[in-house]
Design a binder for this molecule. Sequence first.
Ligand code: GLU
Length: 494
Amino acid sequence: MAESARVRFAPSPTGELHLGNVRTALFNWLFARHHNGSFILRIEDTDVARSSEEAERAILEGLRWLGIDWDEGPGKEGSLGPYHQSDRLAIYRSHATRLLDSGLAYHCYCSSERLEEMRREQRRRGRPPRYDRRCRALTDADREGYESEGTEPVIRFMTPRQGETSFRDLLRGEISFANDTLDDFVIMKSDGYPTYHLASVVDDHLMEVSHVLRADDWIPSSPRHVLLYRAFGWDPPHFVHLPLILDKAGGKLSKRQGDVSVADYKQNGYLPEALVNYLALLGWSPGDTQEILSAEDLIDRFTWDRISVSPAVFDLERLNWFNRWYIRHLPVDRMAHAVAPYLREAYGREEQSEDTAYSPAEWLKLLVDNVREEVDSLGQIPAHVAFAFIDELAYTGEAAEAMRAPAAGEVLAAFVDKVRSLEILDIAAANTVLQNLRALLKERRNLGAREVMFPIRAGLTGSVHGPNLAAVIALLGRDRCIRRVTQLQSSFSR
Ligand code: GLU
């Protein structure tokens, strides 16, 4: 690409970070990284009543968690900032004044009552609601009259009445709108804040944005933006409108069908790698059948011409499939890091309660590595490893049955004997213990593998299912294995 790629993600901090917005952020980020360009994060907080710092924090946190880093934006002031629109009000005012001075915009003093009445009337006559341009024709005396009454005006753009305005979308080609449908739209509100249209155009120009990638529900705004670019004498950026994300029923993805915010997915134990991989394929394809793509792969392969124009359908099952894949395949230290908060929340800690053959970090890795095959999300992990965190286990159902099996007492006694004779009980030693026990009890009692393993597993974990038994033993460590079984023996022999 000859010119530099400068793109932006421009969220309004008015709510949670929605999956649709993240997909927009992700495509911009991939585009910037693919072209060695810049990714700008601009906070569009000009809707004072609806914007909040909390929402902004959630956006930044969500992006950071997903690994979508920005080159310019909050906390990374580049030379073309500031990056909060609320810190750029003087810039918008001076630009609005420029349009007023060149006769391309005008003050409008119409009250909200009048506008409401006008729209009602238009609806009644079956006409689309549009501003009737009354204030275009005000005299200086009219204006002075309003000013002396203290009426704060808005500023409207003087949209041409005739003709049409076109722009080129890189994916969809030329898109045209009849000017009379575009209305004399407001560019400055009476509270002195710019509207989205003005702020977005001024900022995209001053921040030297080369490509605007945003969801296709912004297409109707783009001709207005093009009119503004022309009015200022600027070249518009390239536009790429991204396909909407729909739910399976064909509606817009919304909370009614399930979780739509990144925070919810994080909370429920989805891995950022899985979300990034899945979202990248919602409306973009690498051009072959490869499904598992790391962030590096995506950066390497992401080009705008593989973005689709037809809507993408959100499929939770498919996202779950990616999540399971990443849970099973990510490096174990990465997984340990991701799982730790879930363990802390469930048990107040992510560490062993007493010495084992492992350092705390190694212990956690062993734990995670032995349980990850069994879960669909990180949130399920604590329940699978309760045995390692809780000493008072309940023995019910199959576990209680296994403990009452005729040979159980002898199996457990032999197990404790073997463990006692060891200094170090790591996973290799635990495997040897189990092998020896099986050989011994086969010879002595003709017991099968199941008859040996079940009571030990049940005794140590309170369940007859679960992670690899040698891992369970190593995770509990020598002293805890001995104590747990000894206590049990006394309670089951009573
Ligand atoms: N602030 C707008 C939003 O919330 C930005 C739209 C655009 O990218 O131009 O989506």
